[in-house]
Design a protein around this ligand. Structure first.
Ligand code: RB5
Length: 143
């Protein structure tokens, strides 16, 4: 898969962790985020990620900030983006099966109870269920 990853200063270590794991799994990863802890603003990082996503043929965008909250809110302001702030393997699976999320958000300062690679793996191996979920998803862009 071709995946982009962007972050603010609250998630530099997490970004590199996810990036290395994804590459070890054979994915092509484009790093758009900041690589130092100098302060930046998460809305700007989300906008950068979404612009790149729509300009390239990406399969997934990943955005990270301290909590994952701000950057997911920002990404979801853009039409066509379905950014899921997942926090365990259940929400990881549902984000794909029900919501067909095209972006995931994580928090660099969050204490996840499961290994974060496991959450990503569950999402990447899940399949969108379509049917009534497709109807609901299509309504999102009409709101
Ligand atoms: C930055 O300090 C922090 O507010 C940001 O990374 C994020 O957690 C916002 O939602």
């Amino acid at each position: 898969m071709k995946i982009l990853i962007a972050n603010d200063h609250g998630a530099v270590a997490l970004k590199f962790h996810l990036l290395r794991w994804l590459e070890s799994q054979g994915h092509q990863v484009v790093n758009l985020g900041v690589d130092t802890e100098d302060r930046v603003d998460y809305p700007d990082q989300a906008a950068l990620a979404v612009k790149e996503y729509f300009g390239g043929s990406y399969d997934l965008g990943i955005v990270c900030c301290g909590t994952g909250i701000g950057i997911s809110i920002a990404a979801n302001r853009f039409k066509g983006i379905r950014c899921a702030l997942i926090h365990d393997s259940y929400t990881a699976r549902m984000a794909k099966e029900h919501n067909n999320a095209n972006f995931l958000a994580f928090g660099g300062r969050v204490d996840y109870k499961e290994p974060i690679e496991e959450l990503l793996s569950v999402f990447l191996h899940a399949e969108f269920q379509g049917g009534r979920h497709a109807e609901r998803v299509s309504k999102l862009d009409k709101i």
